[in-house]
Design a protein around this ligand. Structure first.
Ligand SMILES: *[C@@H]1O[C@H](CO)[C@@H](O)[C@H](O)[C@H]1NC(C)=O
Ligand SMILES: *[C@@H]1O[C@H](CO)[C@@H](O)[C@H](O)[C@H]1NC(C)=O
Ligand SMILES: *[C@@H]1O[C@H](CO)[C@@H](O)[C@H](O)[C@H]1NC(C)=O
Ligand SMILES: *[C@@H]1O[C@H](CO)[C@@H](O)[C@H](O)[C@H]1NC(C)=O
Ligand SMILES: *[C@@H]1O[C@H](CO)[C@@H](O)[C@H](O)[C@H]1NC(C)=O
Ligand SMILES: *[C@@H]1O[C@H](CO)[C@@H](O)[C@H](O)[C@H]1NC(C)=O
Ligand SMILES: *[C@@H]1O[C@H](CO)[C@@H](O)[C@H](O)[C@H]1NC(C)=O
Length: 415
């Protein structure tokens, strides 16, 4: 190690063979240091790369079995250490890898072009409770291509007691784009965006079977100026969830289903959460999902936060069980007191506009707000979702919700 430290890092790349995807460990945790490739062939520091960092030139083997973690990590480390526009290329083929530590800050602008398929290793202890592809403290990052991140979830979904890795994580990223790629069968969430700013996710396709556990499509938390556009997401959990601390989030042109729909929340569940504000969900289709557009807050609140200025408009529902739902009694583990609850999350200034299509249950609209703090400034405008069955009539169930309805189906105009 000591000798290695005397060399310029661009020539000798520290490789993390094992370890958490983003545990806060010192760099000394690196187990092994080896020259990644012929130093003479590498571009000099400061110079624009003469060629992209193709993982197959760094030892990756396209057989879906050989562990290619080191080659991918070396490609990242090399690209991140150079100024100018750099590119990591995962060409067509199938490559198996464990946790990938794409840490910054980088000297230049890095694009990770994924044209092949990466398979996420099922050796769970290797992830050390972290995630799979972790982009951490990197600005101006692009992840694109026509390839796939295959989490191989079906082989580990049964291990419910284990902490399973998310597939793609953006932590502390400023100015990022994820586009074109497919994500399938993540072990846990497919994409997790945390403490990031100015991130666009577009033209992605995310799929996992309807009964897969915790396979949320995209989760966003503690982030601002995040846009999700023109994507198709069908999983076993939330299509997109926007958690505490999110602001200026724009979701549009997304088709969801199967899964649990687009959710704001869960809110109030943990200590020190921050408000959610300024979220727009527009021009989306929800197909065969359990929820359409939902705001959920935990029944026993630990952070009395506020969710405000949320707009859901031009949304088409197709056989959705709960098309429009505010649920302030959310408590999936049934660990909350079954008394009154103490829901002190404030929900205000929420617009549902031009929501059409079919509901698979009679309750097309449910606004179940807190007894302690009624929802206020609620608007149901042109909400026309009809129960598709014949046995009952379409209806709305609204408690503790204040606001007004206009242009909506009479049975749904509960405000
Ligand atoms: C990830 O890489 C960064 C930069 O090389 C390093 O500081 C950090 O310790 C690494 N994280 C892990 C979990 O190995
Ligand atoms: C954001 O990142 C992209 C891609 O690297 C880059 O082209 C663009 O200049 C960056 N924007 C800013 C404001 O730095
Ligand atoms: C990926 O992003 C880079 C950098 O913005 C861009 O030059 C390239 O055309 C993109 N490739 C695809 C396939 O979108
Ligand atoms: C709806 O989703 C369920 C799983 O949640 C699936 O069994 C069913 O076939 C789907 N129906 C349609 C019409 O796609
Ligand atoms: C209700 O929650 C608030 C914090 O949100 C807390 O300060 C208060 O003590 C709780 N009340 C009860 C009766 O649990
Ligand atoms: C209502 O939303 C649908 C998409 O679900 C869209 O096609 C239509 O133009 C919208 N109507 C208005 C008046 O914006
Ligand atoms: C229809 O309404 C009846 C009477 O209110 C109720 O018992 C039944 O569960 C309802 N069916 C559905 C599918 O909600």
């Amino acid at each position: 190690m000591a000798m290695m430290d005397n060399f310029i890092r661009v020539f000798f790349i520290l490789t993390v063979v094992s370890g958490a995807a983003y545990a806060k460990k010192p760099a000394a945790a690196a187990k092994e240091s080896t020259p990644a490739y012929d130093a003479a062939a590498a571009p000099g520091p400061g110079a624009a790369a003469t060629h992209p960092f193709d993982i197959t030139e760094l030892g990756a083997v396209s057989d879906g079995k050989t562990d290619s973690t080191k080659a991918v990590q070396d490609a990242w480390d090399a690209a991140c250490a150079l100024e100018g526009e750099q590119k990591v290329v995962i060409p067509t083929g199938t490559f198996l890898t464990g946790p990938l530590n794409f840490s910054g800050p980088c000297k230049g602008y890095v694009t990770v072009q994924i044209d092949g398929t990466l398979l996420g290793s099922n050796d769970i202890p290797k992830y050390n409770q972290g995630s799979w592809m972790v982009i951490l403290h990197v600005d101006n990052i692009v992840v694109n291509g026509s390839g796939t991140l295959d989490g191989q979830g079906p082989l580990v979904w049964k291990d419910e007691c284990k902490v399973l890795p998310n597939s793609l994580v953006l932590d502390f990223v400023n100015n990022g784009t994820v586009s074109g790629i497919k994500l399938v069968n993540s072990k846990f969430f497919h994409i997790n965006v945390y403490k990031s700013k100015d991130v666009t996710i577009k033209n992605v396709a995310i799929t996992a079977v309807a009964d897969s556990p915790n396979t949320d499509g995209i989760h966003i938390g503690d982030s601002s100026e995040i846009s999700v556009a023109d994507s198709t997401i069908g999983t076993g959990d939330d299509c997109i969830s926007v958690g505490p601390g999110s602001e200026k989030v724009n979701i549009q042109g997304v088709t969801c289903g199967p899964g649990q729909g687009i959710s704001i929340g869960c809110l109030g569940r943990f200590k020190d959460e921050k408000d959610v504000t300024d979220v727009t969900v527009r021009n989306c289709v929800l197909r065969n999902t359990t929820n359409g557009v939902r705001i959920k807050s935990y029944e026993d609140v630990l952070s009395p936060i506020t969710a405000s200025k949320l707009t859901f408009e031009n949304i088409r529902m197709e056989d959705v069980a709960n098309p429009v739902i505010v649920d302030q009694k959310y408590c999936p583990e049934k660990t909350c007191s079954d008394k009154k609850g103490n829901n002190t999350v404030t929900i205000k200034d929420i617009v549902f506009r031009n929501i059409t299509g079919t509901s698979s249950t009679p309750e097309a609209v449910s606004l179940l707000c807190s007894d302690q703090l009624p929802c206020s400034g609620m608007e149901l405008l042109d909400v026309n979702v009809e129960y598709a069955g014949r046995d009952n009539k379409t209806m709305a169930v609204c408690t503790n919700a204040k606001g007004y309805s206009k242009g909506s189906l009479a049975a749904l105009a509960c405000l």
